[in-house]
Write a protein that binds this ligand. Structure first.
Ligand SMILES: C[S@@+](CC[C@H](N)C(=O)[O-])C[C@H]1O[C@@H](n2cnc3c(N)ncnc32)[C@H](O)[C@@H]1O
Length: 267
């Protein structure tokens, strides 16, 4: 029998079905690399179908093989190998379009940023920014950061964690989708080195209160603020896109800066 699907002895095959608008790039980020659509776990993000611009597509095709990482949950990451040096590594979860990530990477080239998001246009945008500004200290991870933490990052491997303006999930029935919860913090703590900083910011005040409560109560973290309150906005955090939108609506922004406490046997 012929290999060709269109010869008389082989019935014509239906065109391979792809989800409309789901971008696919040769050697680029894979849609849903860990197959998390099939997991029953409640996720902190909603899959979005948004347009990838020509510039973003170009960046994804050119730069993904060099600076991209699929969160497939299949292997332990060697961060020294990933970045090509031993510099400290900070994980940023949910970088959006990545403008603030790129600014922080440029301001602190001796810190590596492992930036995770599920949003393809943002991945292309951040790769393009890294290329344009010559930032070799960013790696762009595609997929659910929970799987990255749980399956791919080894204990005590991270020097910091940044979560800026995570989806607020304002409706009560959606609160379970919020990222900053006790279970997430326990997982994150296991991957953070003692003394590592956790930096969160949000413009959704009820979520800010929840963050302060769960971080304040968690035995693996201590507040950098002696009064146990929110932190003044640190100069090193640039204005993010979502923050700008929140400020335009008159929202109040709160920063939280906590430290991973030493392990029990180190106290
Ligand atoms: C509200 S946006 C904020 C983006 C950016 N930090 C800013 O301030 O402009 C939250 C982002 O987090 C991403 N996100 C939410 N949960 C995530 C997860 N578990 N893993 C990776 N990215 C996630 C979403 O895709 C979205 O891009």
């Amino acid at each position: 029998m012929s290999d060709s699907p269109n010869t008389p002895d082989a019935p014509a095959q239906p065109a391979q079905r792809t989800r409309r608008d789901e971008p696919r790039f040769p050697d680029g980020p894979k849609p849903d690399p860990a197959g998390s659509h099939f997991e029953r776990r409640i996720r902190s993000f909603q899959p979005r179908r948004s347009r990838v611009t020509t510039a973003q597509a170009d960046a994804l095709e050119r730069l993904w093989p060099k600076w991209g990482l699929d969160i497939d949950g299949q292997r332990n990451l060697d961060l020294t190998e990933l970045f090509g040096n031993d510099n400290p590594v900070v994980l940023e979860i949910g970088f959006g379009m990545g403008e603030a990530t790129a600014q922080m990477a440029a301001a602190d080239p001796a810190t590596n940023i492992l930036a995770a998001d599920v949003h393809t246009p943002g991945q292309g945008n951040l790769l393009g920014l890294a290329d344009h500004h010559g930032l070799s200290n960013i790696r762009v991870a595609n997929g659910d950061a929970i799987i990255l933490l749980r399956e791919m990052l080894t204990p005590d491997s991270l020097d910091g964690l940044r979560v800026y303006f995570p989806d607020p999930w304002p409706k009560k029935r959606h609160h379970k989708r919020r990222l900053i919860q006790e279970e997430f913090l326990t997982l994150a703590a296991s991957r953070l080195k003692p003394g590592a900083t956790v930096h969160c910011a949000t413009d959704w005040e009820p979520y800010a209160e929840q963050m302060l409560e769960v971080l304040g109560a968690h035995p693996d973290f201590e507040n950098s603020q002696p009064d146990g309150d929110f932190a003044p906005r640190p100069d090193f955090r640039p204005l993010t896109r979502f923050e700008g939108q929140g400020l335009d609506k008159g929202h109040v922004v709160n920063d939280l800066l906590f430290r991973r406490v030493p392990h029990d046997d180190q106290r």
